[in-house]
Write a protein that binds this ligand. Sequence first.
Ligand code: UDP
Length: 328
Amino acid sequence: MNVLIIGGAGYIGSHMVALLAEHGADVTTFDNLSSGYRDSVIAGEFVHGDLADPYAIDAVLARKRFDAVMHFASYIQVGESVRNPAIYYRNNVANTLNLLQSMVAHDVKRFIFSSTAAVFGVPQTDLIDEEHVKAPINPYGASKLMVERMLADFDVAYGLKSVALRYFNAAGADPQARIGERHEPETHLIPLVLQAASGYRPNISVFGRDYQTADGTCIRDYIHVRDLADAHRLAIEHLLHTGSSEQFNLGNGNGYSVAEVIEVARRVTGRTIEVVDGPRREGDPAKLVANSTKAKAVLGWNPQFADLETIVKHAWAWEQRQLEARKG
Ligand code: UDP
């Protein structure tokens, strides 16, 4: 099976490359290395190119007959999207449209799309399933929902089949610590907490303690990056065998508050972690927790690293490797 992975040098994309290669797929990564790293791509072929360049996309699609395309190359910061929506609509929507048009031109019929829990906006229910109303409260979520809409239209018009996977909070690292989260600057909670534990940062800022939650801090559903990658692999299988376009919410169904994440990190690392209280971050709903029953039933998805301790343990092993690398 030939799979093209746009954004395969990034955090989730690089785990995808590794996992698919382990399952015997022939993987091609296409990445502009704007936020990814060449040495995070630990298998397959690497093509340096930019999703904003339709000629480069066309050239990579002409290289071989791809059975599926996966798309991880998007901007992902909620707060930044509120301040600078233009780059979110340009990169996440316009560039994805170019990619889809090019796929149609090359007769590539299967697409796995990285969507997000942010398409739902403020949750109306305790656990969020696929049918939940979609009312994004930030440009990031809006940009992903626009692509979901395009995918529905491309299916009807061109027979392009797709699976949109709505990630809750991707976290953790490769269980062998070969690859992990490496954003620059880092904005995500777990790596920041662990950098505070390792001494790389002086402290961790808690963004708001006045939410309507038990301890006042935001609740999120953290899902291991390896389990996320496995859902993508199963999504390709689904498109190969069944063929219907679908959307799935991917999380563990367990919510942890920011304060609880810090507590787990203290336990796992055995270090002191200094906490500073900060203001709320723009665009953050109080609680986002998935109902992933559909992914389990339809894809046969079965997360292997569902507990937060394991997620933090793997992220901690990776953070310690990074600390060594930064010194060296
Ligand atoms: N958060 C925080 N301090 C930080 C970074 C994040 O309190 O330095 C909070 C953030 O407000 C959210 C949760 O941690 O409630 C997860 O944020 P992250 O950026 O990791 O993921 P997101 O939910 O934006 O996808």
